[in-house]
Design a protein around this ligand. Structure first.
Ligand code: PMP
Length: 411
């Protein structure tokens, strides 16, 4: 397990009688790779990290200062578990820009959207409950469901995301006895595939969730990072057209990819009975999200800095993605195939002739380039030839050089 701890314990692990999911825990395979990231000269396509060169350091410094100056006590004291009322209002305005009508009272601020999902899983999933997840999927969502003891059932996907027709058939044959409680998806610029679920599939999916009474989790940290194609509304925005459907959608947003993950600001828009229980779960998790961070985030949003910043990072990600795809096509045209994403941070690729991406990674690391083998994103039966490349962190020149090194590892 990746713990970051090096202390040696004399007592064997099993002396502690851990609960079942923690007896032989697997840490995040992606975090395991991070020991190589700091190596001099390493070009990493591995992390889903925003580019360090693109942080709005000045804007955030001003927001932090303004937050502290205008109300130091609010920054230093514990705050409401549901979040600072003014930030909740600012986030409701951000949701309006995304096409979702809600008020500050409908927003629950979380310590990153990862916490939001964890809280939701705690309120809904008992060991043995069925949860549906797209495959390949975001590993920390798989992990949260595993730790809760869920029976994880994967949904088939294609280059447009979940195959909703296949899912509808599956749910009909199951009937009520095996009804899943929760369905998890990243419908816009998915992690890891970069795929975006088209509008018609979103509408069908939300109708399906409402009909089968399944909580549909829309995880949306990347939606605003669109650099090509036509915007598609969030599933939550489309739910209003289907009577009763809004009661079955939980939306997670995050400032991590569009501002900075160090703020640890995420939020949930959930039906009131679910939100109330998530708040109770959050009380035992962290009491409240850092009030200093919340105040800074509010100043950042209210000053209009986010729109300006988005324009600059979206342009940069477009150029970086283009540079990577062109370089891959140039250096390794026969060895690797991929789908061009319309936004986000990820390219999902496949090595030809069924080659094992984990084996190629070893040679890639020797050449100072990294990616994540696709195995990390599967619940079972991984596609060993798949891999995820993030274009967010390397500059255009680094993307070019990284693709050249990758081609050499493949040669
Ligand atoms: N969902 C997805 C799909 C992600 O890729 C990530 C971050 N890698 C998260 C949630 C967690 O984000 P946060 O920093 O808001 O907890």
């Amino acid at each position: 397990m990746t713990s970051g701890l090096t202390m040696q314990a004399a007592t064997p692990d099993d002396a502690y009688e851990f609960v079942a999911p923690f007896r032989a825990p697997q840490g995040s395979p992606i975090r395991e790779l991070f020991k190589y990231v700091g190596r001099p000269g390493m070009i990493s396509f591995a992390g889903g990290y925003p580019s360090k060169d693109l942080f709005d350091r000045d804007g955030l410094a001003q927001a932090l200062e303004a937050a502290y100056r205008s109300d130091p006590i609010a920054c230093l004291q514990y705050g409401d578990t549901a979040g600072a009322p003014l930030l909740r209002r600012s986030l409701a305005r951000l949701m309006a820009v995304r096409g979702v009508e809600c008020s500050g009272d409908d927003i629950l601020v979380t310590t990153g959207s990862q916490q939001g999902f964890d809280l939701l899983v705690r309120t809904l999933i008992a060991p043995g409950d069925t949860a549906l997840i797209e495959e390949p999927a975001y590993p920390a969502a798989i992990q949260a469901l595993r730790l809760a003891g869920a029976t994880i059932v994967t949904m088939r996907t294609d280059s447009d995301g979940i195959d909703v027709d296949a899912l509808a058939d599956q749910l009909d044959t199951w009937g009520d006895a095996k009804r899943p409680k929760l369905l998890y998806t990243v419908p816009t610029f998915a992690n890891p595939t970069g795929a975006t679920l088209p509008r018609a599939r979103r509408e069908a999916l939300v109708r399906l969730a409402a009909r089968h009474r399944i909580v549909l989790v829309e995880d949306d940290p990347y939606g605003e990072l669109r650099f090509a194609g036509t915007p598609v509304p969030p599933i939550l925005a489309l739910a209003d057209a289907c009577p009763g459907a809004r009661d079955w959608v939980v939306y997670f947003g995050s400032l991590s990819k569009i501002v900075a993950p160090g703020l640890r600001i995420g939020w949930a828009v959930a039906p009131a009975p679910i939100a109330r229980r998530m708040i109770v779960a959050k009380q035992t998790s962290d009491l409240c999200t850092s009030p200093l961070s919340q105040e800074a985030a509010r100043h950042y949003l209210d000053s209009g800095s986010l729109e300006l910043h988005l324009r600059s990072i979206v342009g940069a990600y477009r150029s970086r993605c283009d540079a990577l795809l062109k370089a891959l096509a140039h250096f390794a045209p026969e060895d690797i195939e991929f789908c061009a994403p319309q936004g986000g941070m990820f390219v999902w690729a496949r090595l030809s002739a069924g080659r094992d991406a984990a084996e190629v990674l070893k040679r890639a690391i020797e050449r100072n380039v990294m990616f994540v083998p696709g195995t990390a994103f599967f619940v079972r039966n991984p596609d060993v030839s798949s891999l995820r490349l993030s274009f967010a962190a390397p500059s255009e020149a680094e993307a070019f050089e990284g693709a050249r090194r990758l081609a050499s590892a493949l040669a």
